[in-house]
Design a protein around this ligand. Structure first.
Ligand code: MLT
Length: 240
């Protein structure tokens, strides 16, 4: 909290930048628009009750005997031997209740904060309004952590961070140039978001795998009202 008595809001444009921030007592909001956090929000909004995010394929496979569906990708492609990949449509299959998930960047970003942040919250365009309301209700410092791509910046997560920061404007004390950059960038492209993001590196990578429908879906705003929160090692919806 700063001298203005408002909680602070910061953005980490890459997960590696988190190591420079003390997350003690803060809420870390994890963002991986294409597609990890969009899958988590969509799955948990559609009947999934537990999502366990893990760092490695081996960790994910160890949950299989406990009845978990194994989900995730490496480099955008389903992991060999897993039940499902990283498409939000797969995560919304009604028969799944418990999913264990590992992805190239999204679950790694969760790993990077889970032992130090006071809370870990999952955000996507799909639950933008719900996450905004939740963060406003908490009166705690917030760090938006963009999962990026293999430690590097990406456009879709950084633009989402700008969208969320704009929603939180007035209730938080903005810290760092990343907010200035992300909010101005989002304001200038918001009416052409999907057109602009078709030029992003991960869109092009995923297009090679023929999953353009996934990206269109991940850019839908406020489709769901749930807010996934990490409790121990499990992501669950915040109880209403
Ligand atoms: C990730 O965590 O890197 C992504 O969600 C990759 C993907 O698009 O599946």
């Amino acid at each position: 909290m700063n001298e203005n008595k408002k909680p602070t809001l910061e953005i980490c444009l890459t997960p590696d930048a988190v190591s420079f921030i003390d997350l003690t007592g803060k809420i870390a909001v994890i963002v991986d628009i294409f597609r990890a956090t969009s899958c988590m929000v969509a799955g948990l909004a559609s009947g999934v009750t537990h999502v366990v995010p893990v760092a490695s394929v081996e960790d994910a496979l160890s949950y299989k005997s406990e009845g978990y569906v194994t989900a995730g990708e490496r480099n955008g492609e389903k992991v060999e031997g897993f039940d499902i990949g990283n498409s939000p449509f797969e995560h919304m299959e009604q028969e799944f209740k418990k999913i264990v998930m590992t992805t190239t960047n999204g679950t790694q970003a969760i790993e990077a904060v889970k032992n130090t942040a006071e809370q870990v919250v999952i955000a996507a365009f799909l639950n933008l309004k719900a996450v905004t309301s939740y963060l406003k209700s908490q009166n705690k410092d917030v760090v938006i952590v963009c999962a990026g791509w293999k430690s590097r910046f990406n456009a879709e997560d950084s633009l989402f961070a700008g969208a969320l920061a704009l929603k939180l404007k007035g209730d938080f004390w903005w810290e760092g140039d990343e907010i200035l950059f992300s909010t101005h960038s989002y304001s200038s492209v918001k009416n052409n978001l999907s057109k602009i993001l078709k030029h992003s590196s991960h869109y092009k990578r995923l297009k090679e795998h023929g999953v353009e429908n996934d990206m269109d879906f991940c850019l839908e705003i406020d489709k769901f009202k749930n807010v996934p929160i990490l409790k121990g090692n499990i992501l669950e919806n915040l109880a209403k």
